[in-house]
Design a protein around this ligand. Structure first.
Ligand SMILES: [Zn+2]
Length: 286
């Protein structure tokens, strides 16, 4: 498994429970049931939880997470910020439960109602941004991406030796040598139809809805197919693509070979995995 995937954990069973944890970013996407049990001693690690939409398989782990951080042994005063789609009824229902059950939550819990374009700093030059996605009409849904800004030598100076760069910096010309570049470190579609590839161009890691193996199985335009998710990955040239939310209607013994054939035929050249329950399943030959 690639180094990057050592840094992430998740669980996905569509309609049951979905969450994804990016350890270096201390960022959780969604809070399906069982989240706090799976995180174990790391339950205090996440600083930000970004909720894609209010369906039960994405929010019912919230009371458990808050309870574990409220009553468990650990950093009980560590703040947690929760971004969620503005006007989400499902999130409001979970929040009402917290209000009545855990009224004396002591750690700072900050709720941010997000709309497409809402952003918040994550530190270290990173920004979490919400973007628009297409899911069901009556429950607002968002995707999220983490954009990292780095400074690097301008290309025209790339051939300078280390000594020349240091000399230029001593002469006060350091700023003139550098440029800022942004790249997408991580993105998550939430439950959605295929997202706009330009939002995730060159992403290190994209987690994308891939509910249906066949388009003919899709009754309503609310979830992507595996092939659509692969096409987003190909167009955006993402480095690692994790498909998630594959419907449990598909028997894995036959679905996995079919999905691997789709990956081979897709022209997607990055790494590709399926998050299935708590496992990252390789979809390419090693
Ligand atoms: Zn879902």
């Amino acid at each position: 498994m690639g180094q990057m995937l050592d840094d992430v954990r998740g669980f996905s069973r569509g309609m049951y429970s979905n969450w994804f944890w990016h350890r270096p970013l201390q960022l959780l996407i969604d809070a399906g049931e069982g989240l706090q049990l799976a995180l174990g001693p790391n339950v205090f690690s996440p600083s930000v939880l970004a909720i894609s939409h209010g369906h039960s398989d994405h929010v019912l782990g919230l009371p458990g997470l808050i309870g574990a951080r409220r009553f468990g042994k650990g950093a009980n005063e560590k703040p947690l910020t929760i971004l969620y789609p503005e006007h989400s009824r499902g999130v409001q229902a979970a929040r009402d439960l917290l209000g009545t059950s855990y009224a004396d939550v002591v750690f700072p819990l900050t709720w941010i109602a997000a709309t497409p374009g809402t952003s918040m700093p994550l530190g270290k030059g990173r920004t979490l941004e919400a973007f628009s996605v297409r899911h069901v009409p009556d429950e607002p849904a968002l995707g999220y991406r983490v954009v990292e800004t780095k400074r690097r030598l301008k290309p025209e100076f790339a051939s300078m030796s280390q000594a020349e760069v240091e000399a230029a910096a001593r002469d006060g010309r350091r700023e003139a040598l550098l440029e800022e570049v942004q790249h997408v470190r991580f993105a998550h579609s939430g439950d959605a139809m295929p997202i706009d590839p330009s939002l995730v161009a060159g992403a290190d890691l994209l987690v994308h809805d891939a509910t249906f193996l066949e388009e003919s199985d899709r009754k309503y335009p609310i979830h992507a197919t595996t092939e659509e998710a692969l096409e987003v990955g190909r167009l955006a040239q993402v480095k690692t693509l994790v498909l998630y939310h594959l419907s449990i209607r598909y028997d894995r013994a036959t679905a996995l070979p079919a999905l691997r054939a789709q990956v081979r035929a897709s022209g997607f050249s990055g790494e590709c995995w399926l998050l299935d329950e708590g496992e990252l399943v390789a979809l390419q030959a090693p």
